[in-house]
Write a protein that binds this ligand. Structure first.
Ligand SMILES: *Cc1c(COP(=O)(O)O)cnc(C)c1O
Length: 386
């Protein structure tokens, strides 16, 4: 099929013109490696906006998760509980350290981890629980915090979708001992590749500096606290170049604008679809938003009645110049982990694997384009009835 000017892609990353000037400025400062002017500017933004006091920009959310796994001291034989309906990195970071992953099912009402499933998976080998706020819609943090307290487990938040989302007034990313954000091109705020590690549990702070600097105490050396730096622990390079930070800072200067546009589109889809007879007659489900602040316009999805209908709708939309896409193939049924996981069924995760459909959503998507998409969905159901 030819791509023409009417084609509506799934995603178009927002471009901030400020980024170009900031990159030029970063280069003119002649220190583009890491932890310079723009890295500090970005980190300060997150402190001011979300009260994240201890943050590190990283190369990606994947890198942040790998740092979290190192900080949690995950080692051979430890168990980590992870939702199955997520991106590979949420589990892979811990598998790299030798952990066994115990996959938990999603809620029946949304793709987030079902807290009542977590407790059943806890053993004396369990070290940590990873949660993912799917589509930027908060997990049930009251239930999850009760469990981590009761069993003394570390909580790691994969906040790749969750920037600027809240759970009853508290920003997502402030619940976990460690929280990981993504600035990949597909996320709300993007620098191509990029990530953030938020440290809420201060006992990890010193070691995070060292792990991020290839296992050396270089950060303390630069603060003048020691007169030589050397190899003191394991580590890797989890630093973010000033060029990337400068690009990211351009995005952060447009933070509220990007968010307003995304949420407006999300709400438009939601309110229009909710009124349609195709919705009222139960042909699909809408995202379950319990609390209105519980959305950041990251993903707008619908859930069809079967995998077959979902796949037919993808084809129909594609034939009409709209790119709508499925999402995760649950990790418990992935080629890499299915043998290790065994046959324990995860019914809800399977449902989202087969039936969830993501509709186009990006800041410059026009409301008349959203109308076109909604009309096409309506037409699809009317055509398939006749
Ligand atoms: C995108 C994503 C990641 C990985 O982010 P990167 O910055 O590309 O490493 C991890 N977890 C989830 C849930 C994601 O959606």
């Amino acid at each position: 099929m030819k791509i023409n000017k009417n084609f509506i892609p799934y995603n178009k990353p927002f471009f901030a013109h400020e980024s170009l000037n900031f990159i030029k400025d970063a280069i003119s400062k002649k220190t583009i490696a890491s932890d310079g002017f723009y890295t500090k500017k970005c980190q300060k933004f997150f402190a001011d906006k979300f009260n994240f006091q201890n943050t590190f920009l990283t190369p990606s959310c994947t890198a942040s998760l790998e740092m979290a796994a190192l900080l949690a001291n995950i080692s051979e034989g430890d168990e980590v509980i992870v939702p199955s309906y997520t991106f590979t990195s949420s589990a892979n970071a811990f598998v790299l350290r030798g952990a066994k992953i115990k996959f938990a099912d999603s809620n029946i009402y949304n793709p987030n981890i079902d807290p009542s499933e977590i407790e059943k998976l806890i053993t004396n080998k369990t070290k940590a629980i990873v949660i993912v706020h799917y589509a930027g819609i908060a997990c049930d943090m009251n239930a999850i915090k009760l469990i981590t307290k009761k069993f003394g487990l570390l909580l790691i938040e994969d906040c790749a979708h969750a920037i600027n989302s809240y759970f009853y007034g508290k920003p997502l990313g402030s619940f976990g001992d460690l929280s990981c954000f993504s600035f990949h091109d597909t996320k709300n705020i993007s620098s191509g590749e990029g990530g953030l590690l938020v440290i809420n549990n201060k006992r990890f702070l010193n070691r995070a500096e060292i792990i991020r600097e290839k296992g050396t105490n270089r950060a303390a050396f630069f603060r003048g606290e020691i007169n030589k730096y050397s190899w003191v622990d394991i580590g890797s390079s989890f630093l973010c170049s000033e060029i990337t930070s400068a690009y990211l800072y351009g995005q952060l200067c447009n933070f509220d604008k990007i968010q307003e546009k995304r949420v407006k589109i999300f709400d438009y889809y939601y309110s229009k679809l909710k009124k349609k007879s195709i919705y009222k007659s139960g042909l699909f489900e809408l995202p379950n938003i319990i609390n209105l602040e519980n959305r950041n316009g990251h993903i707008f999805y619908i859930i069809l009645k079967s995998g077959k209908v979902r796949d037919q709708l993808i084809i129909f939309l594609r034939e009409n110049n709209v790119q709508a896409i499925s999402h995760y193939i649950s990790l418990h049924s992935s080629k890499f982990y299915i043998k290790e996981h065994g046959s324990r069924p995860l019914k809800n995760a399977d449902k989202y694997t087969n039936c969830l459909l993501r509709l186009p959503l990006y800041p410059n998507l026009k409301l008349n384009e959203v109308n076109k998409i909604i009309n096409l969905i309506e037409k699809f159901f009317k055509d398939s009835k006749s």
